[in-house]
Design a binder for this molecule. Structure first.
Ligand code: NAP
Length: 317
């Protein structure tokens, strides 16, 4: 039996499936592996099932020139914590879990859009503080989302799932910025420049992968193009946004609010953001539903099983 390391506690169904097919070790900490653990994982196991925060950078692979590990079956679609090119250079394949995460993450994008536009967090805090003095016509007026224009940065699986919800559910006009052109089953205008897209929308939602290509893609120059009443939502990866520039834009009222599921230096959230009523802050909840985490885990195990049989990997990156 091949030796499999699962780097975090996962749902019972996933662990049972893993144990049925592999000599499985489940690390019981909920925090990312440190460097020593990362290096050891490559020398002690045939397959590792890592996830967000397990920083397999080039120097980790360099430290194990002849690894026992031959597959990193990542739990999650985003794999910017793994230097996949460095892994491949020493013969380690990398897979991810696309599709399993799409609807749940799009749902969290809609949650952030609604909470931020309609000031739901602010209202909730008012009630919980015992300071609500009753309904009145000019209290907590937000931005009406229905019928507004949504800009989507990254029209991939999640971007399209957000678009479907915004179009069919909220009658929103859709515009997007994407690397390639996309045939889409709903009306949406592709805008050639990110700066132009930012200038044209009421809500800008980020759905590109993290990594070198998208690092700080949303910076002061993009933010300065947005309308003062517009909101920015990020469900992708924290470092796609230059967080200091976002804080500055919010502080000077260049944009009206932000809804964030991810942060540049996660799990550190800047005090400046915590102190702002105009931002909604979620703790990376994109895929946080049991059935979704089960589907992600089983998909990662399917990749491990294909590897064990010498079959084509279903989800190589
Ligand atoms: P996907 O299907 O690969 O979509 C990504 C889209 O971004 C593609 O359309 C791609 O364009 C576009 N893109 C990539 N680089 C670009 C660039 N430099 N400029 C413009 N467009 C670019 O991925 P997905 O499944 O939608 O997931 C997107 C990301 O969401 C993941 O990588 C992950 O980091 C994040 N995520 C977060 C959570 C959460 O819990 N918050 C959950 C799941 C996923 P092409 O068509 O040209 O490739």
């Amino acid at each position: 039996m091949l030796k499999l390391l699962i780097t975090r506690p996962l749902p019972d169904t996933v662990i049972a499936q893993a144990r049925a097919h592999f000599d499985t070790t489940m690390r019981d900490q909920t925090t990312p592996m440190d460097r020593a653990e990362l290096v050891q994982s490559l020398s002690d196991y045939d397959i590792v099932l890592p996830t967000l925060g397990d920083l397999y950078s080039a120097d980790v692979f360099d430290a194990v020139p002849n690894p026992r590990a031959r597959l990193l079956a990542n739990f999650g679609v985003g794999y910017n914590h793994i230097d996949a090119a460095a892994a491949k250079s020493i013969g380690i394949a990398v897979t991810n879990t696309p599709g399993a995460v799409t609807d749940a993450t799009a749902d969290i994008a809609m949650t952030l859009m609604l909470m931020t536009c309609r000031r739901a967090g602010e209202g909730e805090r008012l009630v919980r503080a015992g300071q609500w003095q009753g309904w009145h016509p000019t209290q907590l007026l937000g931005l009406h989302l229905t019928g507004k224009t949504l800009g989507i940065v990254g029209m991939g699986r999640i971007g399209q799932a957000i678009a479907q919800r915004a179009h069919h559910g909220f009658g929103m006009t859709l515009k997007y910025y994407n690397r390639s052109s996309k045939p889409l089953p709903f009306p949406a205008e592709q805008v050639a420049s990110l700066a132009d897209l930012a200038a044209q929308v009421d809500v800008l939602v980020i759905a590109v992968p993290g990594g070198a290509e998208t690092h700080h893609m949303i910076d002061a120059s993009v933010l300065s193009n947005m309308k003062p009443h517009a909101r920015l939502v990020n469900i992708a990866r924290g470092d796609v946004i230059k967080e200091d520039d976002l804080i500055a834009a919010l502080e000077k009222g260049a944009i009206a609010g932000a809804g964030l599921d991810v942060y540049e230096h996660e799990p550190d959230v800047p005090q400046a953001l915590i102190g702002m009523e105009t931002v909604t802050l979620l703790p990376h909840l994109g895929t946080a539903a049991l059935e979704v985490r089960e589907a992600m885990g089983l998909m990662a195990i399917d990749n491990a099983l294909a590897f064990a049989k010498g079959a084509t990997l279903p989800n190589p990156v």
